[in-house]
Design a protein around this ligand. Structure first.
Ligand code: HSE
Length: 433
């Protein structure tokens, strides 16, 4: 057992950072035994030094993160600041000064993962980021290492807890979006500005990271098609129920059937109640992976919060410290397939379209013809008088067979132009069948 401690710099001491520091202190003996050397918290860089941080030696607190990284004895840097800057510059500085990095920063990895991996490799260091996707759930390491000998064809996941909480409330109580969001805010799941969660940006960043790992290619945030879930209504849930489905905000990553390209997308979708993801309740995350040899795997657990995220960070810390002692590095970026990311228009899936139409002879035929003209085949049609009793109007729900997204968009555009179509109430993809 080496007695000289491995020195750790912690960048950020918020909800996650303070938990990391606490567990490093309270579980120091176990961490030492598992790593084979003691780990010492050598400094904690924060923005507000005056804030009281229980259990952290005030002498470790600094506002000068750069000086902490440059002092020359730091072995591992834990970055839990989040956002692009100053995190990007600080991680680069860490590599330049010989420290491996553990990061929970999904936004940065989704945007600049390739450059950060290159910097780690150039300096012979590690970049680990289990906590960046789905909090405590072991997912990055199983995909990068346990499944490294297999071929992943599809990943479909609930990777945002806030939106899953909101959708679950809408489903189970009949609440509208705003009411469910208000409850999520009151319980501390949703932030004061919930945009990153409800508009799908957070999930899209995680989708980009997972897609890159799954398909051994580079997928950047901009490559991920994204739709938020703010438009999902109680009526959509009622329609979903009639189809034996529920609605989830899904990250869906697929290898094309010919293997020549991949797609990455985040949007709300109906999934059958029989799908394992349908039973993921409240703020939990789950990721369903389909691999050629392994078959179907499901990873499930808490996707956010101080303790769960700290668990993932500390797992990475142990791995990186072990690598340091062995004078080795773990897996770096694997992007050798260089598969292009196709546009959303090429994604093939099923659709549930709800239309408000005039209730008179020939309307159904006109609508069906519009679908046919765009090569979209109809699976089922259901018509009913408008629940609000508006005379001579009906609600028409069309569920299609699988069709390219571009064909569906063309269909909807043409439907909107029909005099007999008063409005397109909702369009939702149907997944997981
Ligand atoms: N805001 C995220 C969520 C957690 O609700 O899942 C951090 O990625």
């Amino acid at each position: 057992m080496r007695t000289r401690p491995l020195k750790v710099a912690l960048l950020g001491c918020g909800v996650v950072g303070s938990e990391v520091a606490r567990i490093m202190t309270t579980h120091a003996d176990d961490l030492t035994a598992r790593i084979g050397a003691p780990v010492e918290l050598a400094g904690v860089a924060v923005r507000r030094p005056s804030k009281v941080r229980e259990g952290i030696d005030p002498a470790l607190i600094t506002t000068d993160a750069t000086a902490l990284l440059k002092r020359g004895d730091i072995d591992v840097v834990i970055e839990v600041i989040g956002g692009i800057e100053p995190a990007r510059t600080l991680i680069t500085t860490a590599f330049e000064n010989g420290a491996s990095v553990v990061s929970a920063n999904k936004a940065l990895l989704a945007q600049d993962g390739a450059a950060l991996h290159a910097a780690a490799e150039q300096h012979g260091l590690d970049l680990y980021y289990e906590a960046a996707v789905a909090g405590a759930i072991p997912l990055v390491r199983p995909m990068r290492e346990s499944l490294a000998g297999d071929k992943i064809n599809r990943v479909i996941g609930i990777v945002n807890g806030t939106t899953n909480f909101i959708l679950d409330k809408m489903d189970s109580t009949g609440a509208g979006y705003q009411e469910a969001l208000d409850e999520a805010t009151a319980l501390g799941y949703a932030e004061a500005d919930p945009t990153a969660d409800v508009e799908g940006y957070d999930a899209a960043a995680k989708a980009a990271i997972l897609a890159g790992i799954a398909f051994h290619t580079r997928v950047r945030l901009d490559d991920v098609y994204r739709e938020g879930m703010t438009e999902v209504s109680s009526a959509d849930f009622a329609s979903a129920k009639r189809m034996g489905c529920t609605i989830k905000l899904l990250a869906i990553l697929e290898r094309a059937a010919d293997g020549a390209s991949v797609t990455a997308r985040v949007h709300p979708a109906m999934i059958p109640l029989t799908h394992p993801l349908a039973s993921v309740r409240e703020a939990y995350n789950a990721v369903f992976v389909e691999a050629e040899a392994a078959g179907r795997l499901m990873f499930y657990g808490p996707g956010a919060g101080g303790s769960p995220t700290a668990s993932a960070v500390l797992g990475d810390l142990v791995a990186v410290c072990r690598n340091k002692l062995a004078e080795a590095t773990g897996p770096g970026e694997s992007a050798y397939t260089q598969l292009p990311v196709s546009a959303m228009g090429e994604v093939v899936t099923r659709y549930h379209i709800s239309l408000d139409v005039a209730d008179k002879p020939g309307v159904l035929a006109q609508v069906a013809t519009t679908f046919a003209e765009h090569g979209v085949s109809i699976d089922t049609v259901r018509q009913q008088g408008r629940p609000d009793g508006v005379g001579n109007e009906a609600s028409l729900v069309v569920v299609t067979h699988r069709a390219p997204d571009a064909a569906l968009s063309g269909t909807v555009e043409a439907l909107r132009k029909l005099d007999t179509v008063r409005g397109v109430a909702s369009i939702m993809r149907v997944e997981g069948e």
